[in-house]
Design a protein around this ligand. Structure first.
Ligand SMILES: NC(=O)c1ccc[n+]([C@@H]2O[C@H](COP(=O)([O-])OP(=O)(O)OC[C@H]3O[C@@H](n4cnc5c(N)ncnc54)[C@H](O)[C@@H]3O)[C@@H](O)[C@H]2O)c1
Length: 306
């Protein structure tokens, strides 16, 4: 099948004409929905893993924090989608949109919206759209953090008030705010996730003020879990080992952190965003309904070793 002279579909493995027609009709439908099409023969295999047991089928969730294919939020989104959940995703701004949109298409996300937590009203707009289109929410993944360079890379003792407030605002308060906005949409319960790091508990070289923010975030998780638990809403922090993402590139000597993690972790392995995603998806399943307020380490056991 060609559109404007460009081949968008090629059927050579159909058993009969009716099957070939069905395949082309499906392709045409996707084309009309605005999805980018590649000929089937040239199409890369899907980025979403194939999982037979659709354990999260019927669940709908919001994923905040996909910047690119390396993002922890993307690892989570892939796992949730593979298990059958439907996803709404956000991107930071127009610059980020071109990286996030193709990923959102892979996820077949029906809601894709901008969200800069510093932009007044944008978070509310996302929740309003979810309310209008879905009327409910089963999970939220908050996978964002930010600290201005001079705050992040300086000593905690020297941090400016502005640097401190910005770090806490984006990296901690926004999770509390998302919980507030999600609560009315989780009438039948749900799960809220945020991403933290071991530097909240121990002094990790170069983690600085972000360690302070993550400690506050983990504490917020416990208070939110206690307050929302009676409504069946569970709240977790996921604590991955170091991963080479864009956010991590702001931390000096990050390679040394990776080397140390691999050498010291009982698993003698670094973690992947897929490892983080699957662990997070498990906690969203009803089988985990009595687990809440947790900081779950996905770090190959690094945190138990002296
Ligand atoms: N990479 C690691 O080693 C590691 C380890 C443990 C925890 N984490 C945490 O995981 C989370 C995700 O980070 P990542 O490592 O996937 O990096 P990433 O750069 O892929 O993701 C960070 C996200 O934060 C978003 N963000 C920053 N400021 C924002 C704002 N004002 N409004 C909306 N979004 C904003 C960015 O757009 C980006 O999508 C962060 O909370 C980070 O602290 C990372």
């Amino acid at each position: 099948m060609k559109v404007n002279g460009r081949e968008i579909a090629h059927v050579d493995d159909a058993k009969d004409r009716r099957q070939a027609f069905r395949k082309l009709a499906k392709t045409a439908e996707r084309y009309l929905q605005g999805q980018v099409l590649r000929p089937e023969s040239k199409r890369k295999s899907s980025m979403i893993p194939v999982v037979k047991a659709k354990l999260l089928e019927g669940k709908r969730g919001l994923i905040v924090g996909i910047a690119n294919e390396n993002s922890i939020a993307w690892g989570c989104a892939k796992a949730f989608r593979a298990f059958g959940a439907e996803l709404a995703v956000t991107y930071l701004n127009d610059k980020a949109k071109k990286y996030v949109e193709p990923l959102a298409r892979e996820l077949e996300a029906p809601i894709v919206m901008p969200l800069d937590v510093n932009a007044p009203g944008q978070m509310e707009a996302v929740f309003e759209r979810v309310t209008k289109e879905w009327g409910k929410l089963d999970f939220v993944v908050h996978s964002i953090a930010f600290s201005p360079k001079d705050a992040l890379q300086g000593r905690v003792v020297d941090v400016s008030r502005d640097g401190f407030l910005t770090t806490m605002d984006v990296s901690c308060w926004t999770f509390i705010r998302m919980a507030h906005l999600a609560e009315p949409l989780m009438r039948k319960g749900g799960t809220l996730f945020t991403m933290t790091y071991y530097g909240s508990q121990m002094v990790v070289k170069n983690y600085n003020i972000m360690g302070v923010a993550k400690a506050a975030l983990e504490s917020a998780v416990r208070y939110l879990a206690a307050e929302l638990g009676p409504k069946g809403i569970r709240v977790h922090a996921i604590s991955p080992g170091p991963l080479a993402t864009r956010a991590a590139s702001g931390i000096p000597e990050f390679d040394a952190l990776l080397d140390k993690a691999k050498a010291k972790a009982p698993a003698r392995s670094l973690v992947s965003i897929e490892d983080v995603g699957v662990a997070t998806a498990f906690l969203a399943h009803d089988a985990a309904r009595l687990i809440t307020g947790e900081t779950l380490y996905v770090d190959g056991g690094y945190h138990i070793i002296d």
